[in-house]
Design a protein around this ligand. Structure first.
Ligand SMILES: *Cc1c(COP(=O)(O)O)cnc(C)c1O
Length: 382
């Protein structure tokens, strides 16, 4: 028997093997390997599930964000507001197109971009008068949708483009509106370990905006016009392989049918076991998380690191997402701007720990993980 995995993709394959192999071999025999009917069918299904008019697949979640910034014409002189506590890619694409990332603090409970901090940052950028506030990219961190009701209001007030980074959010929702349908446009990633992952790289863009959808579609295929060799703008080569589309269609079924429910059950069990001894994930009312990560907040860095070591000795993997706030990453030095206090983000980096979370965890494994975490934390508390 294998040990506990942080996210067990092999076990998922074992369960889905028959359908998966069938889907992959069907593509191999089809002669159509990039784009084509397999990809169009998947895009249609994804758009229907999310509830947007359009879904345009592309090479990965990073390209998806960059394609949107290009499509909206964001560039030099523009400020793009992002949370200081997220994966590097959310920020990376901003200097890549010549714009300036502005780091904003996060809510200490949801870990998502804090609307008040966003407003302060916008105010500062306007006062300084160097950059033009152009866009905001909230992230659905660890699967929990950001506060879109308030964020949309702010975006509207300051005339900002709102792009949802739903790389981790796919499968989440606020009431009956699904993640990847918020803002002017949204993105997701099909990196293997994301809530909906393929067996390689992949990504997608969701929007109701016909003009943006057409522009993005053109940009993914070398800026094509009426046909592939009618190149009307500078684009990229960023497309989804047919094999990955076939894999995703099998995985989308599983996600909808039982994976999301299985993770919700594990989340509820974890939180029930831990609520009295540690800060558990906070899920606001009417919010649904896709459980991309189950992340607890320890009292301090020493306790966090000790718990991580202890879990490792017990054969339980855990991870720190993310060890460094964006504003401190060397890649952004001299490139990014931090006009507001980022205390919550700095604090979280020292204190968070993500525990194993995936739909194929077995009863005995779930109990062992909880038992081990509890033993450690009770020792610390007494
Ligand atoms: C994974 C991730 C991305 C990038 O997705 P890739 O498919 O790996 O390029 C962007 N933003 C966030 C928040 C992510 O977690």
């Amino acid at each position: 028997m294998r040990g506990i995995e942080f996210r067990d993709l092999k076990r998922q394959y074992e369960v889905l093997k028959e359908q998966m192999d069938g889907a992959v071999f069907r593509v191999l025999a089809s002669g159509q390997y990039i784009g084509g009917p397999e990809v169009s069918r998947l895009e249609k299904r994804l758009a229907d599930y999310i509830g947007t008019k359009y879904c345009i697949s592309c090479g990965n979640g990073t390209d998806a964000l960059q394609l949107l910034l290009i499509a909206y014409g964001v560039g030099p002189g523009d400020a793009v507001f992002i949370p200081d506590f997220t994966f590097f890619a959310t920020g990376e694409i901003i200097p890549a197109i010549g714009a300036t990332p502005v780091f904003v603090d996060v809510d200490p409970r949801t870990f998502n971009i804090d609307p008040l901090s966003l407003e302060s940052a916008i105010g500062e950028i306007i006062r300084e008068g160097i950059y033009r506030p152009a866009a905001v990219i909230p992230v659905d961190l660890f699967g929990l949708p950001a506060d879109y009701p308030r964020l949309s209001e702010i975006a509207k007030r300051y005339d900002l483009i709102l792009i949802e980074d739903g790389a981790q959010g796919f499968g989440g929702a606020i009431s009956d509106k699904r993640a990847c349908s918020f803002g002017d446009a949204a993105t997701t990633s099909f990196f293997p370990a994301k809530p909906l992952g393929c067996y390689g790289d992949g990504g997608a863009i969701f929007t109701d905006d016909t003009e943006i959808a057409e522009l993005v579609r053109s940009l993914t295929v070398h800026g094509k016009g009426n046909h592939k060799y009618d190149n009307v703008r500078i684009g990229m080569n960023s497309r989804l392989d047919a094999v990955q589309a076939a894999i995703l269609s099998v995985k989308l079924d599983a996600l909808i049918k039982y994976e999301l429910d299985a993770m919700t059950r594990i989340h509820t069990y974890y939180s029930g076991k831990l609520a009295d001894i540690v800060q558990i994930p906070y899920i606001p009312e009417r919010y649904f998380t896709s459980n991309a990560q189950y992340t607890i907040k320890l009292p301090d860095m020493a306790t966090r690191d000790e718990l991580r070591r202890y879990l490792r000795t017990q054969g339980i993997p855990s991870n720190v997402y993310y060890p460094s706030p964006m504003n401190r990453l060397r890649a952004f030095s001299g490139v990014g701007v931090s006009p507001v206090n980022l205390a919550n983000s700095e604090n979280l980096c020292n204190r968070v720990l993500s525990l194993p979370m995936h739909p194929y965890l077995k009863e005995a494994e779930i109990e062992r993980i909880m038992g081990t975490v509890r033993v450690f934390l009770k020792g610390v508390g007494s």
